[in-house]
Design a protein around this ligand. Structure first.
Ligand code: NDP
Length: 331
């Protein structure tokens, strides 16, 4: 029998385990032109929170009592499809099921060994692409400039900071734990890192860490942390607006400082983006990320949780900051 995870209720505020439901279905069987996939690794991502609500966005909401979907790496264990063989590894936006049927559309083959697959959900997958495209296309950093990144020890943030260093910038990270501050400096070679939970006056702390001001702010979190960074931007600053995790569980979004005057007097650009906006850049971006990885210029962290039953908890833990680097569930 096949285990499946469904959306049981639409969360109000912070999501909870009771918003998910485990179900059992008959073992799926692949017909002509179909594949049977075995789930190996599941990506849990903050954006899934948005899809759990019934609001219009860039992707349709999940449906109640239907399986949740996310980035998944799977193995082909039966194939009635000419393009795929048993033993192929694939990635795609798939359902939270132990086994599932696919007709092959939307799947990408992964030519790598079985113990090397999880990175295709992170550094060589969606979050690596988000970091690369958001920073280079909108942030447009120049050597010698100062980049600040929030959510710095997470999947996207840790890659943004490292790319900033490769491009010759001064990089300052903002994160929520002292161990993550250490990780940013030791493993990812950030110049400075700030714990927003203990820094006190964050605006001042950022000012001290960025004596020449902030030229690029890669915003992963929004809210008060971003207010404090915006108070330190230089003229012509660029602000890729990647995420706003601090606001995703708010039932009534808080009102902060109005930012128009800041952007106006600093002649600055703030631009929201969805990684798929840059899909034409993906092949070149993956090539560059893979080459930096091979050369040892780029590294990555993963928090791997084991077991299909733990997928919902791993997702909830993103909102508690329990991950370093990419949060992944190994089945
Ligand atoms: P992360 O790996 O960064 O995980 C989430 C992290 O967010 C946590 O570890 C935690 O770190 C931090 N966090 C949680 N709650 C809060 C809060 N209230 N205030 C501040 N920080 C908080 O996730 P990703 O790297 O996958 O995603 C980072 C951001 O980028 C998210 O906002 C996500 O939605 C967005 N995103 C956008 C994409 C796009 O196409 N625009 C694509 C992918 C991601 P800490 O301990 O430091 O608080």
């Amino acid at each position: 029998m096949n285990k499946v995870i469904l959306l049981h209720k639409r969360p109000v505020g912070k999501p909870a385990l009771s918003d998910f439901k485990f179900a059992i279905e008959e073992d799926p069987v692949a017909d002509e032109g179909e594949l049977l996939l075995k789930t190996l690794y599941v990506s849990v991502d903050p954006y899934l929170r948005g899809r759990m609500s019934d609001s219009k966005s860039y992707v349709p909401p999940f449906q109640l009592n239907k399986p949740i979907q996310s980035g998944i790496i799977a193995e082909v264990i039966r194939s009635n499809h000419t393009d795929f063989k048993i033993g192929n590894f694939v990635s795609g936006n798939l359902e939270w099921k132990e086994y599932q049927i696919s007709v092959g559309s939307g799947l990408t083959k992964i030519n790598d060994s079985a113990d090397n697959l999880s990175k295709y959900l992170g550094i060589l997958g969606m979050t690596g692409l988000t970091a690369y495209c958001g920073l280079t296309e909108i942030g447009d950093p120049k050597a010698g400039e100062t980049i600040v990144v929030s959510g710095a020890a997470g999947a996207v943030g840790s890659v943004v900071g490292q790319i900033g260093k490769i491009l010759g910038c001064r990089v300052v990270g903002i994160t929520g734990a002292d161990e993550k501050v250490d990780l940013l400096k030791s493993k990812f070679h950030f110049d400075q890192a700030i714990n927003y939970k203990t820094a006190g006056n964050l605006k001042e702390a950022i000012g001290n860490a960025c004596p020449a001001g902030v030229d690029v702010y890669f915003d992963n979190v929004g809210g008060e942390i971003s207010d404090a960074v915006l108070a330190n931007i230089n003229k012509y600053a660029r602000i890729p607006l990647c995420g706003a995790i601090s606001l995703y569980n708010e039932t009534k979004p808080p009102v902060g400082p109005r930012i128009q005057s800041v952007l106006l007097v600093k002649s600055s650009l703030m631009r929201g983006f969805i990684v798929s906006d840059f899909s034409d850049k993906f092949p070149a971006a993956i090539k560059q990320l893979a080459s930096w990885l091979k050369e040892g210029k780029l590294t990555y962290a993963e928090t791997i949780v084991e077991g299909f039953d733990h997928i919902p908890q791993a997702f909830l833990d993103l909102f508690e900051g329990k991950n370093e680097g990419k949060m992944i569930v190994k089945i």
